[in-house]
Design a protein around this ligand. Structure first.
Ligand code: NAD
Ligand code: MG
Length: 395
């Protein structure tokens, strides 16, 4: 008897991770059907995805875009229901009609729907690292309480997940884990003279040497805030303190991350830099399936290089480690300030080096008495940090 297909919701289906997810799903039509697709503004791209995948529901950001999408769908004879706004995102993430959710919205906007999926005990494939950085223990508690299966899509965390024992339960010392080592490409400015960084343009910053990604994460890779957010993400996913999370720069991005054990063994996961690997891993978990990614040819790559990150070149990485050590709402504040600063840089309102400056100043101003008691307090700190960051940028 053929297995019943899994019904998938792809939050952020028009983005880089969303498109890669649909690419993998399209290779296995007998195993998966698409329950819901969501996009913020790119209605045309979402319409094309609806034509191809015929989801039950499509969600967009506002009523006007929803009306346009609905009209265009009906004109093509497609019956996909259309909804809009945050509540609709949460509904499609939590619906009984879906078995697994790809959480691939960028930034804080993805928190509520990712949490809604986690609370309903589904398989949650988490690309949206900002959601976990902001909510930390709250998110993990929701996963544990509901029995959800949380699978990391970030390539480093997916690699670590694969390198840990299958019975690993958020407790490194019980499993002889001494460290986890996150690899980082170093981004486009790894060797550019530091005193010229202030003049780099958004186009230069998003031209990542190894990975093709959305604009926000590409800028985060150039500042290495991305790696900083990943240190915090790793802490929450694997229950590992900051002092046991190392970062090593590895420009080829072939080793996606490693786990060091107390006996001196180091287990790494390798592959070509293509997000369809972690996406296929999470979709098929605990089985394996074809992702569309070319086999790795180490002889052709020839050399794998490693170096330590330089905090003077990448102050955002240090700010993130410090935020994790401070705890409470500090990572949420760091994340909010960074989102505002990156957006301002992309809109050419601030220079590249002001990104870390804005984040540092916001952390100085907002961190006092910043514990988190629930999702409302996370969102309150997020809003406060955004206001301070916006005012700093205007000055
Ligand atoms: P992207 O910018 O390409 O796509 C973002 C998606 O989110 C789009 O579908 C967009 O419509 C949607 N979106 C944006 N703002 C929204 C809002 N306010 N409300 C609802 N939907 C909204 O981003 P991406 O590169 O695909 O990254 C998505 C997430 O995955 C990020 O958190 C990123 O850090 C993480 N991630 C991405 C990669 C990668 O290779 N691209 C790798 C690791 C982790
Ligand atoms: Mg990553």
């Amino acid at each position: 008897m053929a297995a019943v297909p899994q019904r998938i919701t792809v939050l952020g289906s028009t983005g880089s991770i969303g498109v890669s997810t649909l690419d993998v799903l399209a290779r296995h039509p007998e195993q998966y059907t698409v329950y819901a697709l969501t996009a913020n503004r790119r209605v045309d791209a979402l319409l094309r995805q609806c034509e191809r995948f015929l989801p039950e529901i499509a969600v967009v950001g506002n009523a006007a875009d929803a009306a346009v999408l609905e009209r265009n769908l009906r004109a093509k004879g497609i019956r996909t229901e259309v909804a809009y706004g945050e509540k609709a995102l949460c509904d499609v993430a939590a619906s009984d009609h879906c078995d697994a959710v790809m959480a691939a919205i960028v930034g804080a906007a993805g928190l509520a729907p990712a949490l809604a999926a986690a609370r309903t005990g589904k398989k949650v494939m988490l690309a949206n690292k900002e959601a976990l950085v902001m909510s930390g223990q709250l998110f993990i508690d929701a996963v544990l309480a509901s029995g959800a299966t949380l699978l990391p899509i970030d390539s480093e965390h997916n690699a670590i997940f694969q390198c840990l024992p299958s019975r690993y339960k958020r407790s490194p010392h019980e499993h002889g884990v001494s460290k986890i080592v996150l690899t980082a490409s170093g981004g486009p400015f790894l060797h550019r003279p530091v005193d010229t960084l202030d003049s780099v343009t958004p186009e230069q910053a998003i031209a990542h040497p190894r990975w093709i990604m959305g604009r926000k994460i590409s800028v985060d890779s150039a500042t290495m805030m991305n790696k900083g957010l990943e240190v915090i993400e790793a802490h929450w996913l694997f229950g590992i303190p900051a002092g046991r999370i190392d970062v090593v720069i590895h420009p080829q991005s072939v080793i996606h991350s490693m786990v060091s054990y107390v006996d001196g063994s180091v287990i790494a996961q390798l592959g070509n830099p293509d997000m369809r690997i972690p996406i296929a891993h999470a979709l098929a978990y605990p089985d394996r399936m074809f992702s569309g990614v070319k086999p790795l040819d180490l002889a052709q790559i020839g050399t794998l290089q490693f170096e330590s990150p330089d905090f003077a070149r990448f102050p955002c990485l240090k700010l993130a480690y410090d935020a994790l050590r401070t705890g409470g709402a500090t990572p949420a504040i760091l994340n909010a300030a960074n989102e505002v600063a990156v957006q301002a840089f992309l809109e050419q309102r601030i220079s590249f080096r002001r990104i870390d400056d804005v984040v540092a100043r916001v952390l100085d101003k907002v961190t006092t008495e910043s514990s988190i008691t629930g999702i409302d307090s996370v969102l309150m700190h997020d809003r406060a940090a955004r206001t301070v960051a916006t005012n700093l940028i205007l000055q």
